[in-house]
Design a binder for this molecule. Structure first.
Ligand code: GLY
Length: 372
């Protein structure tokens, strides 16, 4: 593999997403000329990935302040934010200074939130180190933290100054985390870019090879899907009034996520996100088939593509009533009406509002542990 791919994100605050290897040298131009201090935000456990970034920044003359976060979602609390703000204050961070995040989705969410709130917003560059963060969390400017009432209930839109997807970091990613990232990659295939599905189907082993060209193409294609969506609807306002047949806006990225969030909740967030997304996508594909939108072949294709990379396609850990209740508090729900992104055909996403309870039950029955 060689060369760096540069994907441009247009809009009011344009930036680039770079995909390649050994990209640390790209950080200074992304940060810009006026930055003196840089906070490198990372999970304590990822010091081995953050230190080379910090060293490169020090070599380039920046004053570097490390901010270490607890692992995973535990990073996304108000107490962690307060501590980070105090660190920035003590180090004298000004509005022309910057944050660099190094890590997975929780780190980009929380580091982005710290950058968005310090002095009402300083620059942030994301260096995602998981497949999931590369193809989803790092791009599009969503930042957030959790409260006891739920995940990502506090946050803002704060677009990065740039994103560096250094594919060499995937070499040290645990296999199950890499596979989990395919939940979002394959989702992008169904909602917008079927070539992704063909690449996975043709050779799943090659798709999962972190040193091979197929995974790189899958990352590039998935990031491009995300860019196209966020450029069309950065603040997720387009889909609010969408009726059947209209483009759902940024909500399209939540394909499969309504049930996925319910499953994650039922599992007390111990199931990997991409695994829950895979099950959730199979569920909405079945819902679309049962409600007469999607052909049986494309619905079944969901099962086969996710299974090809080792993702689950069924779930028996909680019953319909529990999952139905959890879906009722999904962020897409309006009043008592459940809303799902479904497919009218391959890569033709629409919003389905208020499906019948019998249809929901029937779709759920198909994922209740029968298929694997
Ligand atoms: N992860 C969904 C979004 O960025 O909108």
């Amino acid at each position: 593999m060689s060369g760096t791919t540069r994907l441009h994100v247009g809009g009011a605050s344009p930036y680039d997403v770079l995909i390649g290897e050994d990209l640390h040298g790209e950080l200074p131009p992304m940060l810009g000329d006026d930055v003196r201090r840089v906070a490198v935000v990372h999970a304590t456990e990822l010091g081995h990935l953050a230190e080379p970034v910090a060293a490169r920044l020090r070599d380039a003359g920046y004053d570097v302040t490390p901010i270490m976060l607890p692992e995973g979602e535990a990073a996304k609390t108000a107490a962690v934010a307060v501590e980070a703000w105090e660190t920035l204050g003590a180090a004298g961070f000004t509005r022309s200074d910057a944050v660099v995040t190094v890590g997975g989705g929780a780190t980009t969410d929380m580091g982005g939130f710290i950058a968005a709130t310090w002095l009402r917003g300083v620059r942030v560059v994301h260096v995602p180190t998981t497949l999931l963060a590369m193809v989803d969390a790092a791009v599009g400017g969503k930042t957030g933290m959790n409260t006891t009432a739920g995940k990502n209930l506090v946050g803002s839109f704060h677009e990065p100054a740039g994103v560096l997807c250094d594919l060499t970091t995937l070499r040290s990613l645990p296999r199950a985390e890499l596979v989990s990232g395919f939940g979002e990659v394959i989702k992008c295939g169904f909602i917008a870019d079927p070539t992704i599905l063909e690449l996975v189907e043709r050779d799943p082993v090659a798709a999962l090879d972190v040193d091979g060209p197929v995974l790189r193409e899958l990352v590039e294609r998935s990031v491009q899907v995300k860019i196209d969506v966020v450029v069309g609807d950065l603040k997720e306002t387009r889909g609010t009034d969408a009726s059947a047949g209209e483009w759902p806006g940024r909500e399209v990225l939540n394909y499969g996520h309504t049930l996925a969030h319910a499953i994650e909740r039922a599992e007390d967030y111990r199931m990997r996100h991409g695994e829950a997304v895979a099950i959730g996508c199979v569920f909405v594909a079945e819902l679309a088939r049962i409600t007469g939108r999607l052909d049986a072949t494309t619905a079944e294709r969901h099962r086969s593509v996710f299974a090809a990379v080792g993702l689950p396609t069924s779930y028996a850990g909680a019953g319909f009533e529990d999952l139905r209740a959890a879906m009722a508090v999904d962020k897409k729900t309006r009043g008592d009406t459940l809303r799902f992104v479904v497919l009218d055909g391959l890569a033709r996403p629409v919003v389905l509002s208020g499906p019948g309870e019998d249809d929901l039950r029937a779709a759920h029955a198909t994922i209740e542990g029968v298929h694997r």
